[in-house]
Design a binder for this molecule. Structure first.
Ligand SMILES: NC(=O)c1ccc[n+]([C@@H]2O[C@H](COP(=O)([O-])OP(=O)(O)OC[C@H]3O[C@@H](n4cnc5c(N)ncnc54)[C@H](O)[C@@H]3O)[C@@H](O)[C@H]2O)c1
Length: 334
């Protein structure tokens, strides 16, 4: 059987937890991993030893100059997403870019313009979009009017890894993690954001000095007229709804997403629920942004979370942060 990634050569930049997950997925799809880059030399070398390939380096330019490489996975801390995505696109590489696309809207717009100018494919790994539960809800509910999205996780500082709270390489919990929720709401509401408001508080310890809230409650008014509420916090996870919890309503039908986006319960629809964990293995494996990127390259189609989707999610996060800091509603730029 020919695997969908056969014939593709890739490199990984950022060989930490997520990067190695991507390397394993790439191998399972038949992609040949050629180079590994990390600012910590040992991390790149460990990944090379684990997944195989030609070289490990701390020099991202070596990857960009390598003509054999078709696509680059970028899974670094957040400050490096902007320069690396720009360089990868300029070098003509297709890109799987971890969320957030960038830390600021201005950076994200720059990357989007470069990607569009050069014509490479880019997918942002806002993977809830491709979850079978989200796909089914998009199919069954039309023109949603209201939705709620929530990240409520256990104390993110407890593991000792605090970089997400840094102003330089992290950007706070909202843009680091709750961006999954923001992106999903955008996808489900199928609209551009219009006006945004939020209140934020810092409840816990070990959240750095940059002032990012560890408890944020926000609202989004969409251009469609729809409304969403958002919660982003690390003040504790409820195992019943899971770390991620989303709901949506269209006036006649409703959907409730739980169990880490693997289950959706419907009201007023022809089916009452979908449990994605019970789908055939091949279907579960296909629900991946890496597969989506390969399909977009092969068909010259669009990815499910493209550069403009990435810009939108970053824009909303920036506006929620700004509203929480200033106490003022934010009109979102187009
Ligand atoms: N989509 C998801 O579900 C999901 C889940 C977790 C993390 N992430 C994202 O994945 C990315 C990586 O997160 P992680 O949890 O793997 O972090 P990590 O700290 O485990 O790994 C990041 C690696 O990047 C390296 N790095 C940082 N800056 C670099 C640079 N400029 N050049 C080269 N290497 C650099 C670090 O040395 C580290 O080895 C982040 O964008 C994060 O938000 C996504």
């Amino acid at each position: 059987m020919t695997l969908i990634g056969s014939g593709f050569k890739a490199a990984l930049i950022g060989c930490g937890g997520m990067g190695r997950g991507h390397a394993a997925k790439a191998k399972s799809l038949g992609i040949e991993l050629v180079g590994y880059c990390d600012e910590i030399e040992a991390k790149a070398a460990e990944a090379l030893a684990e997944f195989g390939g030609s070289y490990a380096t701390t020099d991202a330019d070596r990857i960009m100059r390598d003509d054999s490489i078709d696509l680059i996975v970028i899974a670094t801390h957040h400050d490096a997403h902007h320069p690396l995505a720009l360089a990868a696109a300029e070098a003509g590489k297709h890109i799987l870019l971890e969320k957030p696309m960038c830390v600021t809207r201005a950076q994200a717009v720059e990357v989007a313009e470069m990607v569009e100018r050069v014509g490479v494919k880019l997918v942002i790994n806002c993977k809830f979009r491709i979850a079978p539960t989200a796909q089914k809800a998009r199919e069954l509910l039309s023109q949603p009017r209201m939705s709620h999205g929530q990240l409520a996780m256990n104390d993110s500082g407890a593991s000792g890894s605090t970089w997400v709270w840094h102003a330089d390489d992290g950007g706070g919990l909202l843009i680091s993690t709750a961006i999954h929720t923001i992106d999903l709401l955008t996808y489900l509401m199928d609209s551009e954001p219009d006006r945004i408001y939020a209140e934020g508080r810092i409840f816990g310890q070990n959240k750095g000095t940059a002032g990012y809230p560890d408890g944020l409650v926000g609202t989004i008014l969409w251009k469609s007229g729809g409304l969403s509420t958002v919660i982003s916090t690390d003040q504790g996870m409820n195992p019943f709804v899971s770390k991620w919890f989303h709901q949506m309503w269209d006036g006649e039908r409703s959907a409730v997403f739980s169990s880490h986006m693997t289950r959706v319960d419907f009201g007023g629809c022809e089916i009452d629920h979908l449990d994605a964990r019970k789908l055939p293995e091949e279907e579960i494996a296909k629900a991946s942004m890496m597969v989506n990127l390969l399909e977009a390259i092969q068909t010259d189609g669009d990815t499910l979370c493209n550069a403009r989707d990435g810009v939108r999610a970053v824009t909303i996060c920036n506006a929620l942060d700004e509203a929480a800091r200033t106490g003022k509603p934010q009109n979102v730029p187009n």
